[in-house]
Design a protein around this ligand. Structure first.
Ligand code: NAP
Length: 247
């Protein structure tokens, strides 16, 4: 698909990788970008810098807000499912299932909910593309990441299923395997070189432009994929070490 002149919506567009997508969409000539943020004030602050940016309030776990977003943003032909939750708790050590539920609700169910709501919008606008921001934690289950890896595995499987379901209407689904990026979510990661949020935006738009099914966006993701091929058992331990800062 063409990025120049497209109309995009980026969930969690107020900061981190979402903001990187917004920056790259602006740089590549998008006509309009809905900056979706849980708190409208955050979206408004992020959207103040360019007239092409439109802030909207959107918590992807709130089905009412998801439906309202699809109603309001009826001109979208590029949906970037970027919003993500990572609680940094373990499956057994977490005091309750609350963190795991938030990760599954945001990273998996929220993503599917967005695609269900926006599928008719994308169809009406010529097909377009969905870009799902996943993780290296979607191809290797990382000890210490609690419910995060399982939620990203589910989102990866859903990306494949949704790609097949949306193919008849000409909508492509690109899944991004993201390694390490310099954002608040990865503040605890110290053993790995981190990419910039805008570099991930650039890689994601490349996947949309060329209809790539699954794209490793950065050096860390590429090295995880290679490590997975040659030493799957050792990889989980190495990833856990990177996530926990070597502890
Ligand atoms: N950073 C990395 O190294 C890395 C690596 C692999 C994958 N990823 C993925 O990249 C995506 C973006 O992460 P990031 O690194 O940019 O993290 P971040 O800086 O923590 O930003 C997360 C964004 O998601 C939003 N969000 C969280 N829950 C939401 C919900 N229920 N509804 C709507 N928005 C919600 C946050 O909104 P608030 O501002 O309101 O909190 C924020 O805008 C995530 O899907 C993450 O899993 C990141």
């Amino acid at each position: 698909m063409e990025i120049q002149g497209c109309v995009a919506l980026v969930t969690g567009g107020n900061r981190g990788i979402g903001e990187g997508f917004v920056d790259e969409l602006l740089a590549q000539g998008a006509a309009k970008i809905y900056v979706a943020a849980r708190k409208l004030a955050d979206g408004e602050a992020a959207a103040a810098r360019d007239a092409r940016l439109v802030p909207i309030a959107l918590d992807v776990t709130d089905e009412g807000q998801v439906a309202a977003a699809a109603e309001l943003a009826g001109d979208v032909n590029l949906l970037v499912n970027n919003a993500g939750a990572f609680s940094m708790q373990t499956l057994l050590g977490a005091p309750s299932l609350a963190a795991l539920r938030a990760e599954i609700e945001t990273n998996y169910i929220g993503l599917v909910s967005m695609v269900r709501a926006f599928a008719p919008v994308l169809k009406a606008n010529g097909g377009g593309c969905v870009v799902n921001v996943l993780s290296a934690g979607a191809i290797v289950s990382v000890p210490g990441m609690g419910g995060y890896s399982p939620s990203k595995f589910a989102a990866r499987a859903a990306s494949d299923a949704l790609r097949a379901e949306l193919a008849p209407q000409g909508t492509h689904v690109a899944a991004l395997i993201v390694g390490s990026v310099d954002t608040r979510m990865a503040a605890h990661v110290t053993h790995v070189k981190k990419s910039s949020p805008q570099d991930i935006g650039k890689a994601g738009l490349l996947a949309a432009r060329h209809s790539i099914n699954e794209h490793d966006t950065d050096a860390h993701a590429i090295s995880v994929r290679a490590h997975l091929a040659r030493d799957p058992g050792g990889l989980a331990a190495a990833m856990a070490q990177a996530v926990q800062g070597g502890k």
